[in-house]
Design a protein around this ligand. Structure first.
Ligand code: F6P
Length: 554
């Protein structure tokens, strides 16, 4: 069944029209009212799985909304599409590939075939290869060119070869093994390189060149700079193998760079960059937290995979989140979605989700190349609470746009300081509460009068104090962040993204849009450096090139 390759038009499904009608019926829906009408609302609209509690009761939904959304998913044949992904069908149609990141977290003994070959033995062979390397480094057996043990690991990579590993290794700092520090070098910016290099000792630093393609400009430039730095610090070409390893599916290019074949960890074309932290791209994670914690991360993701495959849609957490996103984007005109983790350790979560969601679902054509008939992926943005409360939450509360938000918060802190965590948790809950409750004109007036303000002041200030409320959010709560729960949380969002892509009929696993900028970059570079004196295609770019050339000093 190839319906995901010649997708159904979601807007032509009976439930799509029914949802439009339903949206009209909900014009006067009020969350405050819904909660006072139904004391069971929280219980009814919250589910737990894999160590996560999802409270989605503060959404603009009734029971019949959920029923309609679930019906839409059924009409879009989501169940078949989920099976197709886990089975290894070619769901990435433009690149003619399966998307099998889920195979990376399956237990030994499972079978997953790609082109008739079971990939699981290779997946576990690489995990074993990672185990060995991490053990060598952690036990001081992997030595640099002066025989000193490795103290610093630098991951050179960008996009999916950076964001996922950075998120996880920093989120799991309480699990970090002593003795090895992890660093990330992503951007093609000399300042980033210099600021990092001045903190490193070449004798004890191991670079991981992390690039599925081994053709990414930023990564290759940084890898060359790192090699030049290592040589300048006293390292030799002969000992280079002690300081540079690679993770890539392009073995030839990694060897040509000077990396020994046995130090190249494979990647496969059936794992997309933004879904690759579970593979050897996760080496810096394992270097930081140790291989058994890395395996815990995998098993957390695996438990979410099980939940996603086996739970009826109405209780299936990634399915619910995906459907709610479609509900707001296509029926309420929401264009963005805020991700608001209330936890220092999750401070990079939004960055990872930005790539995961926006590179996956930022598409305008369907799998078969025909234009989409509905709005697709939203802008993902946000950042760590409470900082956002003193910055952009104002727009969430009183701006003109409807912006659904996900609040993510652990119940306990690894670092209790006085009553900080109680306050952090209280802030998280009160933000979603304020978004939902708002403040009416009457309430604003009453508040101002209670302060003893004269009536003209009350009338002058009241409109500014009105908060519309009725703004939707999800709250995801867990005990402390652990490798297992974090694995489940990340996998949950991967599946949410997939659910939406299936409904919209788009390919979540290609990213052709980013190629154009890369192609044009070469032409601009040649003109900036005077290798090509031809005028740029447009006056703006040419004007900026001229400005650069007249002033550039280094
Ligand atoms: O340019 C986008 C992208 O292709 C991402 O999809 C990917 O994660 C990133 O670049 C890095 O790619 P690579 O791992 O091949 O260096």
């Amino acid at each position: 069944m190839d319906h995901h390759l010649t997708p159904l038009d979601v807007t032509q499904l009976p439930s799509w029209n029914a949802l439009h009608q339903h949206r009209q019926d909900l014009a006067g829906f009020n969350l405050r009212q819904a909660f006072s009408d139904d004391p069971e609302r929280f219980r009814q609209f919250s589910h737990s799985a894999c160590g996560l509690l999802l409270d989605f009761s503060k959404n603009l939904v009734r029971t019949d909304t959920l029923e309609l959304l679930v019906k839409l998913a059924e009409e879009a044949q989501l169940g078949d599409a989920i099976k197709a992904m886990f089975r290894g069908d070619v769901i990435n149609a433009s690149e003619r590939r399966p998307a099998l990141h889920t195979a990376l977290r399956r237990p030994i003994g499972d079978k997953v075939r790609v082109d008739g070959v079971d990939v699981m033995p290779e997946v576990h062979r690489v995990l074993h290869q990672m185990t060995e390397l991490v053990g060598y480094v952690h036990n001081g057996l992997w030595r640099g060119y002066t025989e000193k043990p490795i103290t610093d690991v630098v991951n050179i990579g960008i996009g999916g070869s950076f964001l996922g590993p950075q998120l996880v290794s920093e989120a799991l700092l309480p699990f970090a093994q002593k003795g090895v520090r992890c660093h990330y070098l992503a951007n093609i910016d000399g300042s980033e390189f210099r600021e990092l290099a001045c903190r490193l000792n070449a004798e004890t630093t191991l670079f991981i060149v992390s690039s599925k393609s081994f053709g990414t400009l930023e990564t290759l430039k940084n890898a060359q700079a790192a090699r030049a730095w290592y040589l300048a610090q006293g390292g030799s070409e002969e000992e280079l193998y002690r300081h540079f390893i690679a993770v890539s599916s392009n073995k030839e290019a990694a060897i040509a760079f000077g990396i020994r074949e046995e130090n190249i960890f494979p990647m496969w074309d059936w794992v997309g960059g933004r879904y690759s932290l579970w593979s050897a791209i996760g080496l810096p994670i394992a270097m930081s937290i140790g291989i058994s914690n890395f395996k815990e991360l995998l098993s957390g993701a695996y438990s979410m995979d099980q939940h996603f495959q086996t739970t009826p849609f109405e209780r299936n957490i990634p399915v619910i989140l995906g459907l709610l996103g479609v509900w707001y984007g296509d029926f309420w005109g929401a264009h963005s979605h805020a991700i608001l983790p209330y936890d220092y350790y999750l401070r990079n979560f939004t960055d990872h989700l930005q790539q995961l969601d926006m590179e996956s679902n930022g598409k305008s054509v369907r799998q078969d190349g025909s234009p989409v008939s509905a709005g697709t992926g939203p802008v993902i943005w946000g950042g760590v609470g409470c900082n956002g409360q003193h910055a952009y939450h104002q727009l969430l509360h009183q701006g003109t746009q409807l912006i659904p938000a996900d609040f993510i918060v652990p119940v306990s802190s690894y670092n209790p300081v006085a009553d900080h965590h109680q306050w952090l948790f209280a802030n998280c809950l009160s933000q979603s509460q304020a978004l939902m409750l708002g403040k009416s004109h009457e309430e604003a007036e009453a508040e101002l009068r209670a302060k003893g303000l004269p009536e003209d002041e009350v009338q002058r200030l009241a409109p500014h104090k009105v908060v519309p409320g009725n703004r939707p959010s999800n709250t995801l709560v867990m005990e402390r962040i652990s490798p297992r729960r974090l694995g489940a949380l990340i996998a949950m969002y991967e599946h949410k993204v997939y659910v939406q892509s299936v409904l919209w009929g788009i390919n979540a696993f290609d990213q052709w849009g980013v190629e154009l900028g890369k192609e044009l970059g070469k032409g601009v570079y040649s003109r900036l450096t005077g290798q090509d004196e031809a005028l740029a295609e447009d006056g703006s770019t040419q004007g900026l090139i001229d400005f650069f050339r007249a002033r550039h000093r280094g």
